[in-house]
Design a protein around this ligand. Structure first.
Ligand code: ASP
Length: 338
């Protein structure tokens, strides 16, 4: 392996805002532009932070903070609804330098769940806190709490209504994966009814440290109490300075079953795979083998970036210090190559 020293590390951040089914034809140009703008508004400040010598951990925390605040994405404000018309948010953060991690699951009152995840990492001996216990910690540490309806948007309520209707149809169809009806007049680039809208970020800083963070409202119409892959270290989120940092989006149950994020690092460590080879194997082979759909963003210790997805599109972007921001939605959109 090449020695990594601060002088040959070029800091980089990559983010995602969920993967899903493409509906480019139905996507109004201004809607596409809104997603590109939203991604750029996140990448810019995170890249600047890295350019000032900031840490990867701070960069991914900032990026996910900003993504949580943006209602276009399924995290924080704009999170999807559970079957019971409530919100239950999951988030995680991991520091590749120390392999410390923090996560929260099923929280309903914490404005920025990723901050609570970081608080679990920095202020407790635990990795994962759920529900009322996580909210109590957040309150004790002075993190901002909100009424649960802060997360609600009319758009997400309509999505739940459609999902509830589709659920009945699915039960009539021998347990096939949840298939949603096309929304009438949908304009977001990725079909909102078939999109996994989790947000996440991975970064490499000038010190050679990696970090990853992920935040989500989960899946529309999920059962109350369901926890996805995002807050499970090794499944939806992982970072290790020896290999890579990864943040996933997609059908969480399958990402849990293949331990997607950790599997990429393991393939690199044990089999000598490159980041690109390991990420492709997980996203294009291991996940589809059990019906897993989605994608991920990953960066390795040398600053290589991989953004694979097995859906038709993924909201994604990359920013290297000293280079222009790059964002993409569809498979054939030009995007940063390593
Ligand atoms: N992976 C997330 C979950 O299963 C969903 C998503 O990516 O949107 O909770």
């Amino acid at each position: 392996m090449h020695p990594v020293t601060p002088s040959n590390v070029r800091p980089v951040i990559a983010v995602h805002g969920g993967a899903g089914t493409m509906s480019r034809e139905g996507a109004a140009a201004e809607q596409q532009a809104a997603y590109h703008d939203a991604l750029r508004a996140v990448l810019g400040p995170a890249r600047d932070l890295l350019a000032r010598g900031g840490t990867a951990l701070d960069a991914v925390s900032l990026a996910v903070d900003l993504l949580e605040d943006c209602p276009l994405f399924n995290a924080g404000h704009g999170a999807v609804f559970t079957h019971d018309e409530t919100h239950e948010l999951d988030a995680a953060v991991m520091d590749g330098a120390t392999r410390k991690a923090g996560a929260v699951g099923c929280v309903a009152r914490i404005k920025r769940p990723v901050r609570a995840a970081r608080a679990v990492m920095e202020h407790t001996d635990h990795v994962l806190l759920v529900g009322a216990g996580a909210e109590a910690l957040a309150e004790r540490l002075g993190l901002e709490l909100v009424s649960p309806d802060y997360f609600s948007t009319d758009h997400r309520r309509e999505q739940l209504r459609r999902a509830l209707a589709a659920d009945k149809a699915v039960l009539d169809h021998d347990g096939a994966a949840l298939v949603f009806r096309q929304p009438s007049g949908a304009t977001p680039p990725l079909d909102e009814q078939r999109k996994f809208g989790t947000v996440g970020a991975v970064a490499l800083d000038v010190h050679g440290n990696l970090a990853a963070a992920t935040s989500t409202g989960g899946m529309t119409n999920k059962r109350p109490g369901r926890v996805g892959d995002s807050p499970l270290i090794g499944a939806g989120t992982y970072a290790d300075n020896a290999t890579a940092a990864i943040s996933c989006t997609g059908t969480g149950e399958m990402f849990i079953r293949v331990l997607a994020a950790y599997d990429i690092c393991a393939r690199m460590a044990y089999a000598g795979a490159t980041l690109e080879q390991a990420a492709e194997a997980v996203v294009m082979q291991a996940l589809p083998a059990i019906g897993g759909r989605g994608g991920l963003v990953a960066v390795d210790r040398l600053g290589n970036v991989a953004l694979p997805f097995n859906t038709e599109g993924m909201y994604r972007g990359v920013a290297r210090v000293g280079e222009a921001l790059q964002t993409a939605i569809f498979r054939d959109d030009p995007v940063a190559r390593p």
